[in-house]
Design a binder for this molecule. Structure first.
Ligand code: NAP
Ligand code: NAG
Length: 372
């Protein structure tokens, strides 16, 4: 049996689902000769670690206790009394993690939403560990951070950072390593904005659709976090950098679906929903009618082409894969030498704890050959 030590950063919706998948896949993994040995878990405050990472692990009961405690909104610190782990808080936690990385090769999994993890991941990878990311932030800070992180590209997987479990990154990597030239990527990479754009197409007012999406739990608590386009831009940046483009967030042109005067620091959420949003209806309606008269539809997409990355509303042919998109699926069209007239299309659910955690788990398994 091959033992793969795992340390998880982030124990929210995705991190907990990952721990559950690890436990429920024990037999499937054992049949492949693999055992995932979870030796540490951290949240924003504490790092819990097995007393001896070389020989011990958190057993499945303890992993499920951790999930329970975190989903009750309590701190990981609550688990310390169990005697099954040691606990460290920042900055000792970072030192401890660095220490472990110098004596044990493990897979460091980032299911946090923090921009602070990039340094420790880079350090771990450079001392021989592997890393799997669902968190986009380590990949979207400076080019320098990105270069340092990818000094050992074979030790890093980050499929779930774009399109959750969909095989977008792995498909791009296969195309790129075969020497096929990618001319253009265009994708609807926000389930929320995909839903909103397909609903307004049916004639519903933009404000009503956004409020309905919020009520269905499709949006962030403040829907402006989705409407700003920042999350799509982060995904666009990851794809653009994958194609070799050396750019930063600041070089991406982002169309926000609300004006500056309705920003969260200027207008309360309540005011935005009641009074701000409805002011945006007529503009969207006019644009939809104009597109429709050309036989087109509007989609909120990221376009990567000619060394540029733009994020915003585009008019697209009704009959294209993106034009046919309904609901909250993600869709990516990839145009290359081989996929020239007809693009390669990848479509499916692009969010959700389950699909995201599944993508992370598949990445961890993908790196198995790097362990003895
Ligand atoms: N959910 C999705 O559909 C989806 C899809 C694709 C990608 N992702 C990405 O996956 C990541 C996790 O998403 P989520 O929905 O699970 O987020 P979440 O529920 O907000 O959970 C984030 C977790 O990270 C912990 N954390 C924060 N700062 C940390 C740090 N410096 N070190 C270690 N842990 C830290 C938090 O700790 P506390 O518990 O103490 O607050 C929390 O447990 C995000 O980056 C997200 O963008 C999510
Ligand atoms: C993901 O997990 C969080 C935390 O448990 C939960 O609030 C949220 O509803 C889940 N999202 C989905 C789509 O299941």
């Amino acid at each position: 049996m091959k033992n793969i030590p795992v340390i998880l950063m982030g124990c929210g919706g995705v991190g907990r689902q990952l721990l559950q998948h690890i436990v429920s896949c024990r037999t499937i993994h054992a049949n492949k000769g693999i055992h995932l040995r979870v030796v540490g878990v951290c949240d924003s405050k504490s790092f819990l670690v097995a007393p001896d990472v070389l020989t011990m692990e958190f057993n499945d009961t303890f992993l499920m206790d951790i999930c329970q405690i975190k989903s009750n909104g309590m701190s990981l610190q609550t688990c310390v009394d169990s005697g099954k782990c040691e606990s460290f808080s920042y900055p000792e936690s970072t030192k401890k993690l660095t220490n472990i990385a110098s004596s044990l090769a493990f897979t460091l999994v980032d299911c946090s939403a923090s921009s602070e993890t990039v340094k420790i991941i880079t350090q771990a990878v450079n001392s021989g560990c592997c890393a799997v990311l669902a968190n986009k932030k380590p990949l979207t800070s400076s080019m320098e951070d990105f270069d340092n992180l990818f000094l050992h590209p074979r030790r890093i997987r980050h499929e779930s950072t774009v399109g959750a479990g969909l095989p977008i990154i792995s498909s791009l990597n296969r195309i790129l390593s075969s020497g096929d030239t990618i001319y253009r990527i265009i994708g609807s990479l926000s389930g929320t904005l995909g839903y909103v754009m397909s609903e307004v197409e049916d004639g519903k007012p933009f404000s009503e659709v956004v409020k309905a999406a919020q009520a269905l739990g499709y949006t962030e608590p403040d829907p402006r976090d989705d409407l700003s386009g920042m999350d799509v831009a982060r995904k666009g940046l990851i794809l653009a950098r994958l194609l070799g483009q050396r750019m930063d967030m600041s070089s991406i042109k982002i169309e926000s679906l609300y004006p500056d005067k309705m920003r969260p620091n200027t207008m309360s959420l309540k005011d935005f929903l009641a009074n701000g949003l409805p002011l945006l209806d007529s503009d969207i309606e006019t644009r939809i009618k104009k597109a429709s008269s050309n036989g087109n539809v509007l989609r909120y997409v990221c376009v990567i082409e000619n060394s540029r990355c733009n994020v915003g509303i585009q008019e697209l042919p009704k009959e294209s894969a993106l034009g046919r998109l309904r609901g909250s699926d993600n869709v990516v069209e990839i145009y290359s030498r081989c996929y020239n007239k007809q693009p390669l299309v990848i479509q499916g659910a692009g969010a959700g704890n389950d699909t995201t955690a599944t993508g992370v788990l598949a990445d961890i398994l993908d790196l198995q050959d790097l362990f003895p």
